[in-house]
Write a protein that binds this ligand. Structure first.
Ligand SMILES: [Zn+2]
Length: 335
């Protein structure tokens, strides 16, 4: 699986290891000058052997030189052992011997990411995703759909049937992103506590585990950051904040419509949604509003935003308050 993000950390790490090895060697030679002299002698002989033709050495002279080098190396090793110095004291201590900490291995088809770096890449993707830490372990496998009520008072779909459909829609969304990207998004509506964020986190974590870059935002938090960026001493730049959101392969917007929109927030959201729509980049949205309410709450461009959203998203709902049940269960467990 090719990774989208490629942190350039391998080379500095390799350089660090090489420098560390050099320091270790210098330290040993400083304490044991005779070893340095011997090491120098070996290198000198090896150099001479490599340039044997240039030096006009015949076969017999070469063999003698080889013997001499072998003897010197044995002598060197004996001295190291006597003094309790590791035989490989000059060698870099690689974390990964396969790629020598370069992060890449040369294969017949070119350079490929070494397995040792995939975990690092995943860590980076996870940090970049911005998922709330409490949802770090949310997975489809750990979803407790049995917490949703199996019966309905209104004669409509039961909360459990809805949840099964919504979580399946989440799985389908992920499936369509892997290995090929699909522009079809997902919108989940449902009241507070119905498990929307958990479902979004399942989607995010599954994509991340497969090396796909994802960004999770709550739109109100994102707006807060954008507003902060207007301050002259802000560490954020509005341009960068918005560009990241526009470019990320999968954008997850949690809890859309919690605040009554302003003209600014409405036009910004339209810009983001329209850009992604045009570039066929999917978004996954959750909201505790109905679609009509959402269109109203998203301000003067609400209708246009919802047009884009409904055109490009599969729509599912969650019902019931599973958070209550989880809390009740935890209380029960605690006695
Ligand atoms: Zn490696």
């Amino acid at each position: 699986m090719p990774f989208i993000f490629k942190p350039d950390m391998a080379a500095p790490r390799q350089q660090e290891k090489l420098e560390e090895a050099a320091r270790r060697r210098d330290e040993v030679f400083r304490k044991h000058p005779d070893l340095e002299k011997l090491d120098h002698k070996i290198k000198e002989r090896e150099l001479k052997l490599r340039g044997a033709r240039f030096h006009g050495l015949n076969q017999r002279q070469r063999s003698r030189l080889q013997e001499e080098i072998k003897g010197l190396k044995e002598q060197f090793q004996v001295l190291l052992q006597e003094r309790g110095i590791p035989l490989d004291f000059k060698e870099p201590r690689w974390d990964c011997n396969s790629c020598e900490d370069r992060g890449e291995i040369l294969t017949s088809t070119g350079f490929v990411r070494c397995g040792c770096h995939q975990e690092q890449d995943l860590d980076h993707l996870r940090r970049q995703a911005g998922l709330p830490p409490r949802y770090a372990d949310a997975t489809f496998a750990s979803a407790r759909l049995d917490l949703y009520a199996p019966r309905s008072d209104s004669g409509q779909d039961t909360p459990r049937a809805r949840a099964e459909r919504a979580f399946q829609a989440g799985r389908d969304f992920v499936q369509k992103q892997l290995p090929e990207k699909s522009s079809r998004g997902l919108l989940i509506d449902g009241p507070v506590g119905s498990g929307k964020t958990f479902l979004l986190a399942c989607v995010a974590n599954e994509l991340l585990a497969n090396g796909r870059a994802v960004r999770y935002i709550s739109y109100s938090d994102f707006l807060f950051l954008v507003r902060l960026s207007f301050a002259p001493d802000s560490p954020y730049s509005e341009y960068e904040l918005i560009r990241d959101i526009e470019k990320i392969p999968v954008l997850i917007i949690d809890d859309l419509g919690t605040e009554q929109a302003t003209d600014f927030s409405s036009s910004l959201l339209y810009r983001i949604i329209d850009h992604r729509y045009g570039k066929k980049l999917p978004f996954v949205i959750s909201t505790s509003c109905s679609l009509n309410q959402l269109a109203r709450r998203l301000g003067y461009l609400g209708e246009k935003i919802m047009q884009r959203v409904t055109e490009s998203c599969r729509i599912c709902g969650l019902r019931g308050d599973v958070r209550e049940k989880i809390i009740a269960r935890e209380r029960g467990n605690n006695g």
